[in-house]
Structure formats: structure tokens, C-alpha cells
Ligand binder design. Structure first.
Ligand SMILES: NC(=O)c1ccc[n+]([C@@H]2O[C@H](COP(=O)([O-])OP(=O)(O)OC[C@H]3O[C@@H](n4cnc5c(N)ncnc54)[C@H](OP(=O)(O)O)[C@@H]3O)[C@@H](O)[C@H]2O)c1
Length: 331
């Protein structure tokens, strides 16, 4: 049996490099030689002991499963995408090779470097589903009439930086919450107004002031407490969340969660597989190359090298030391 190096969660809070079986692509999968891996908070928070780390990757296609679309992919293609990492022994991108559903892989535009390309995976795909599928915003070049306000709670999160860009493309005016340290970053990704979240009442007052009385029609929750969102939105606003709705959702507010895990047939019982969510993820993946060609910016990268350094990155994520950037590892 052929083996490869991969980073495995030894316990809920520790990981190390192991020799593991080389993946074999399933019928609808591609086998990819990984060049870069990106880490996400979910790898640090939900890592199952014995599972392979990693959802995000960039690499080169080396083989196709029997039913994978050979008119779309071929060996040698440079691809990126997303797998169900940190949950199962045989899936995860923090490895020399990974298998990926062909529907969840995309060709990287030539202008984009590998290290930047990996930032378009979980971080760009999650808010794409939230804004286009859950909130129903129009795809570019269409825009929402009247330029309503869009609130991003957690503007400096990786998903927030992409949500801001999508919202601006939809013609919305964007107000984002962030620390002072991240204000310039969040503005550079398109936020029109940035409010500090550390004093929620002051933040709500600033939102009302900036939006002439609280005309926030849409919100995306990526971090923070719900008080700023619920105190800022107008009646009938549409909200999407990636960390979960409030325990007692207020009446009259439509709050749609996004759970990437529900797009995978291997999803755990608490996030059961949902074919509609799989289709939404596949649609978001398919849209990405055109979005990138049209100017969707990658987020800042902290580029490191070697599988053996990944456990240190997981520790930094657990300790909340990663801000305004993606930890990316060259393999
Ligand atoms: N449901 C899903 O499928 C899904 C998918 C992807 C991610 N997620 C979740 O989404 C969240 C964000 O992930 P990520 O990788 O984008 O995060 P991240 O980049 O690791 O988030 C770090 C940032 O969070 C900001 N932050 C911390 N506390 C905040 C608060 N109270 N209000 C506003 N901002 C705050 C900090 O910004 P400042 O510098 O401004 O303080 C910091 O830069 C995580 O909980 C992750 O697990 C869920």
C-alpha cells in the first residue's frame, strides 16, 4: 500500500504528521497533489481525533475517478477547492495528496498565485452561499435597486472580507464591525463605514447615524454578539449567519444559517447532508473563476512552509491569535 505524509488530529487539541494511505479518487473525485493548504477555525475547533486536517487546498490534478468530468479536468490542471476535512481518517487537505469531489474544485485563473488561490476556498465560498443563496442577492453585474445598507458583523474575519466584496458588487452600501486595528483592512476591501464592536450600544448608535435611522436591510454574521445586528437592522431585514442564530431569534427577522458541512455526503449527524446545500456549494465553486477574473481580491496570507508546522498554526487559531489573514502552508 502506498503511503503519504498527512497531518492527523491526535486529540481534540493536538496534531502531528503521520504516514497514512494515499487516497484513491472515488468515482466522481479528482486526485490532487497538494501544493498549498489553508487552515480555518473549524480545523482547530472541531478536529476529530484520528482525522486528517484541512478543508482548503491548491494543487495539481494527477488522476480522475471513473465518472469525474474528463471534459472539464485533466491531469496537470492547477486546481483549488474544498473537502470535508478534520472529521474523517481518509479526507483532509493537509497532506501530500487529497481527493476532492470534482464539483467542489475549480481551475485557478492564471494571474493568481497558489498561496493567494487557497484563500478563495472556505473563506470565499461560505459568504458566497450566504449572500447569493440564502439572502438572495443578485449575481453580478445585477445590483439591488436603491443601494440598501448591508451590515457585516465581523468585517475582519476571512469570510467577512469576502462578504464585503460581494455586497459591494451587488450595489449595497456596507457597514462593518471591526476593531480599530482592522479598520483600514476592512475599508480596503470596500466597507463604506466601520464601527468598533467593543461597545455594542455605541456601535448601534453609529450604525443608526450612518444609515439615517437604521435602514439596514441585510446582515451577515461572521463573528460577534447578536446585539449589534439585532439593534441595527430594520423590520423585515434578511440575515445570514455562519456561527448560528441567536438562542431566541426575534419575531419577524429572517435568519438563515450556512453550514458548509451539510454540502458533504460525509456530513456528521448534527449537520446532516442536504442536496440543496451541496448544489449551492457547487454553484459557488463554479462562479469563483469568473468572480476572480472580475477582480475579487484574495485576502492577506501568512505563508509558511511544511506540513510539520501546521499543528503550530492550529494552536494559534485556538488561541485567537490569527487576525485579518489566512494561515497558508506550502507543502
Ligand atoms: N458555518 C460555516 O460553514 C462556516 C464556514 C467558515 C467559517 N465559519 C465560522 O465563521 C467564523 C469566522 O471564520 P473566519 O475564518 O473568517 O474567522 P477569522 O478570520 O479567524 O476571524 C478572526 C477575526 O474575528 C474578528 N472578531 C473577533 N471577535 C469579534 C467580534 N466580537 N465582533 C466582530 N469581529 C470579531 C477579529 O477581528 P478584529 O481584528 O476586528 O477584532 C479577527 O480578526 C468562525 O467562527 C468560523 O468557524 C463557519
Amino acid at each position: 500500500m502506498s503511503t503519504i505524509k498527512a497531518v492527523i488530529h491526535d486529540t481534540a487539541t493536538t496534531a502531528s504528521v503521520h504516514d497514512v494511505p494515499k487516497p484513491t479518487p472515488g468515482p466522481s473525485e479528482l486526485l490532487v497533489k497538494v501544493s498549498h493548504v489553508g487552515l480555518n477555525p473549524v480545523d482547530a475547533k472541531l478536529g476529530q481525533p484520528g482525522s486528517r486536517v484541512g478543508f482548503d487546498f491548491v494543487g495539481e490534478v494527477v488522476a480522475l475517478g471513473a465518472d469525474a468530468p474528463s471534459d472539464k479536468f485533466k491531469p496537470g490542471d492547477r486546481v483549488s477547492g474544498i473537502v470535508h476535512g478534520s472529521a474523517l481518517p481518509n479526507q483532509g487537505t493537509a497532506a501530500e495528496y487529497t481527493a476532492v469531489e470534482a464539483a467542489f474544485a475549480f481551475h485557478i485563473p492564471q494571474s493568481v498565485a497558489d498561496a493567494d488561490a487557497v484563500t478563495y476556498d472556505t473563506s470565499a465560498l461560505t459568504p458566497a452561499i450566504a449572500l447569493y443563496d440564502k439572502l438572495g442577492l443578485p449575481l453580478p453585474p445585477a445590483t439591488v435597486p436603491g443601494s440598501p445598507w448591508f451590515l457585516v458583523s465581523g468585517g475582519a474575519t476571512t469570510v467577512g472580507l469576502f462578504a464585503i466584496q460581494y455586497a459591494k458588487r451587488a450595489g449595497l452600501r456596507v457597514i462593518a464591525t471591526a476593531s480599530k486595528r482592522s479598520e483600514a483592512l476592512v475599508r480596503s476591501f470596500g466597507a463604506d463605514v466601520v464601527v468598533d464592536y467593543h461597545d455594542p450600544q455605541a456601535a448601534i448608535a453609529q450604525v443608526k447615524n450612518a444609515t439615517a435611522g437604521g435602514e439596514v436591510a441585510y446582515a451577515f454574521e461572521a463573528a460577534g454578539t447578536w446585539d449589534i445586528i439585532l439593534g441595527s437592522i430594520k423590520p423585515g431585514a434578511k440575515v445570514s449567519t455562519v456561527t448560528g442564530p441567536p438562542t431566541t431569534p426575534p419575531a419577524g427577522v429572517d435568519i438563515a444559517p450556512v453550514w458548509l458541512l451539510t454540502a458533504f455526503k460525509t456530513a456528521p449527524a448534527i449537520f446532516p447532508y442536504n442536496g440543496r446545500d451541496a448544489a449551492a456549494l457547487a454553484a459557488a465553486v463554479a462562479q469563483l473563476p469568473a468572480f476572480i477574473d472580475a477582480g475579487l481580491k484574495p485576502i492577506p496570507v501568512d505563508l509558511r512552509s511544511g506540513l510539520e508546522r501546521i499543528p503550530e498554526g492550529l494552536d494559534e487559531l485556538r488561541a485567537g491569535k490569527v487576525s485579518g489573514k489566512k494561515l497558508v502552508y506550502k507543502i
